[in-house]
Structures are given as structure tokens and as C-alpha cells.
Design a protein around this ligand. Structure first.
Ligand code: SF4
Length: 386
């Protein structure tokens, strides 16, 4: 349907003229084209993105629930200006050693029982250094994958050999955000370059692991930077399978967090809607993940984000080191909006399902009964300690 609509003459499309951008899977977007989409009147943009989201590739009622666990927190040698885990900044986060394999698997089981269908493991470091740590991570990936969940890791810079080993262990996706435009990136971090990030993304892609790559709003970027990020992502050799859109959660002690606290205003729901909707239009087959910062947005605002194409959230009380809505609150929101969880290895990840996983092995998304029970209790069914 995407392609057939794009072949119609403009006048024959109900939402022309903006519809010339609708439903086209392209890798040659210019920055001017992305800017034209981004700057449309807000409701026109929402309508267009909602049309793309309903054009057949995704079930627009499905929103994937994912869990993100920090398996090694704090003490990071990089200096990302927004991050509480960098050792360059004085924050309340204390460095802790890597979690044990059993602890991580226990957390994964709880996440699965709570209806998560994707389990992400994050480490605060520049890249995997020690061989021992990497072996532990390979074991975690293998075991979590055998639980029938999609597995994702965010471990920093990654070389081709290690990407291959992660693939062999069963990793579904690797998260490595570009954060912002190439021009603004040096203002955010000085310990690595945009080119370093792109190289890791290429290693991941070449290993056959799906790429999860997005950005953060609220890091002193301009709208041109937001557009530049989306254009960069939409012109990669393959669109990322997954595009997280984060809103900065300002942490005292970090340069960008302190800046936002001093300004007294953060990312607005309108900023989020524009970025999510534009991402949906220029990358129509990618999961768009409404990620950090959800606590700041009302359920009405989140509803508009789902309407225009966000189709994943992180559930659980914490997201790495910052607060996240309770599972029961999300359950109530899903019920009101008529949303349901997404099965693992469906849609754009169907081809990544390990051959040995049978239908009955797959994690089951949170169903209506599970959500109603959580809502009645007023708390999440999970007790994952982050
Ligand atoms: S690499 Fe990750 S953990 Fe380290 S400072 Fe940057 S965002 Fe934080």
C-alpha cells in the first residue's frame, strides 16, 4: 500500500500536497526535504505521520514494551555532557561493578513475566575492554535469547569481531545512538567522534545484528540539529530497525543537565511530536521508540506521540539511572488508548528470530488481564531492581 499510494498523482491523494512525502521507503532524503516535513503545521505533520503508520507495515495498535537494565553502572571514561554516569562529572551516581550473570537473568525473567518482549542490557564504558566481561555478556545474551525475548545490548564502541560474536550468541539488536547532528556532536562529547559512532554502526550492520540508533532532545541543539540527526539516520545504508527518541532528563552535575535546570524549561511535547512524526515519515519501517523522559509528558501528550508513530516504550520503574512511569500507569494508559503489547520477532524483527525458538517459547506481550491486575494493585508486577 505504501508504494501504491506514492504512485498516485498528488491531486488524487486526500492529504496532498504534503502527501508527496507519505509512504516512501527512501535512503536519499535531503536535509531540505526532511526540514520541509518537520516544519509543517503541527497537525498536518501528525496527520501525515499517522497515515504512514497506518499504511500496512505495522499494526498501529501495537506498542512494544521493552526493559532496559544497567548491568554496569557509572565510572564511564567518556564525557557525554548529558550523562550522570560519566566519571568526568560529579553526580549522585556511584560506580558499581558489572552485575553477575545470574542477577541479570533473574531480572530478564521478571521482565518477561511482566510482558516485556525485548530486554536491553547497558554498560557505562567506552567499549568492551576486558575479555572476561565480554564473555559474561555473551552468556547473558545467549541465555536471555533462549527465553524468547528480543535481546539488545548497548556497550559502546564495538569492533567487527566482537559484533560477530554477539550475533553468534543470539543478539537481536545493538543500540548506539548518534544523539544529534554531525555538526553539534563535538559540543556534546569530546572523547570520541561521530565517525567512531558510524563505524560501530557499520560493524553491527555487517554482523547481521539490527541497529537501534536515535537521539536526544534537550541537549542544547537547534531544530536544524534535530533535522540533521533524522536525515543522517534516514540516509544510512539501511534504516535503523529501531529509532529511540529521548528527552533529556536533566541530572544535576552534568553540563547539559545543569544548563536545562538553570533555564527552567525542558523538552516540550511539541518537540517530541515533531521529531517522532518526522522519524515515522522518513523511516516508515523502523520502530520509533518513545524512550527517556516520558515522566515529563502527560498521557494525552504520549497519546499524540503514539498516534503519529511511536510504537515502543520502556516499562519498569527505572530507565538506566532515571525514573520511569510505573507499569500500572502504563497499563491504564494502554487500556484507555486501546493499545496492546507487541510480540517479539514480529514486523521488522521477524527475520531475526533464532531458528531454534518455537512459537511456544516466545515471550508473550502483556495482555489485558495482566495490565488490569497491575492497575488494580497500583503497582508494577515486576520488581526488577535497576
Ligand atoms: S558512553 Fe554512555 S555511559 Fe559513558 S558517558 Fe557516554 S552516555 Fe554515559
Amino acid at each position: 500500500m505504501l508504494r501504491s499510494l506514492s504512485k498516485l498523482p498528488l491531486g488524487a491523494r486526500p492529504w496532498a500536497p504534503q502527501a508527496r512525502h507519505v509512504a516512501v521507503l527512501r535512503h536519499d532524503w535531503t536535509r531540505a526535504e526532511v526540514a520541509e516535513i518537520y516544519h509543517q503545521p503541527l497537525l498536518e505533520l501528525v496527520y501525515q505521520a499517522a497515515a504512514v503508520h497506518r499504511s500496512g507495515f505495522f499494526d498501529s495498535k501495537e506498542v512494544q514494551q521493552s526493559t532496559l537494565l544497567s548491568i554496569k553502572t557509572g565510572g564511564c571514561g567518556e564525557n557525554c555532557g548529558y550523562c550522570s554516569q560519566s566519571q568526568s562529572f560529579k553526580t549522585a551516581v556511584k560506580p558499581t561493578p558489572m552485575m553477575k550473570v545470574d542477577e541479570v537473568l533473574e531480572a530478564a525473567r521478571k521482565a518477561k513475566d511482566a510482558g516485556s518482549t525485548r530486554f536491553c542490557m547497558g554498560t557505562a564504558w567506552r567499549g568492551v575492554g576486558q575479555k572476561n566481561s565480554f564473555q559474561h555478556i555473551l552468556t547473558m545474551v545467549k541465555e536471555v535469547s533462549s527465553m524468547g525475548m528480543e535481546t539488545c545490548c548497548t556497550l559502546g564502541l564495538l569492533n567487527a569481531e566482537r559484533a560477530k560474536q554477539l550475533k553468534e550468541a543470539g543478539l537481536t539488536a545493538y543500540n548506539h545512538n548518534l544523539d544529534t547532528s554531525p555538526e553539534h556532536y563535538p559540543n556534546i562529547v569530546s572523547t570520541r567522534t561521530y565517525a567512531d559512532r558510524l563505524e560501530t554502526l557499520a560493524n553491527v550492520r555487517e554482523a547481521g545484528i539490527s541497529v537501534c540508533c536515535g537521539g536526544i532532545l534537550g541537549i542544547a541543539e537547534t531544530e536544524e540539529d534535530r533535522i540533521g540527526l533524522l536525515q543522517t539516520l534516514a540516509t544510512l545504508p539501511e534504516h535503523p530497525e529501531s529509532v529511540p527518541i529521548n528527552a533529556l532528563v536533566p541530572i544535576e552535575g552534568t553540563p547539559l543537565g545543569d544548563r536545562q535546570i538553570a533555564m527552567g524549561k525542558g523538552v516540550t511535547w511539541r518537540d517530541m511530536v515533531r521529531s517522532i512524526a518526522t522519524a515515522r515519515i522518513v523511516m516508515p519501517h523502523s520502530m520509533v521508540r518513545l524512550s527517556a523522559g516520558r515522566m515529563e509528558f502527560s498521557q494525552e501528550a504520549q497519546a499524540m506521540m503514539f498516534l503519529c508513530g511511536a510504537n515502543s516504550i520502556f516499562t519498569g520503574d527505572k530507565l538506566l539511572t532515571t525514573a520511569n512511569p510505573k507499569f500500572s500507569e502504563d497499563a491504564a494508559m494502554f487500556e484507555v488508548l486501546g493499545l496492546k503489547g507487541k510480540k517479539p520477532f514480529s514486523g521488522n524483527t521477524a527475520h531475526l528470530r533464532p531458528a531454534e525458538l518455537k512459537d511456544e517459547d516466545l515471550a508473550q506481550p502483556a495482555d489485558a488481564a495482566m495490565m488490569a491486575a497491575a492497575r488494580a494493585r497500583g503497582e508494577g508486577p515486576r520488581e526488577v531492581a535497576f
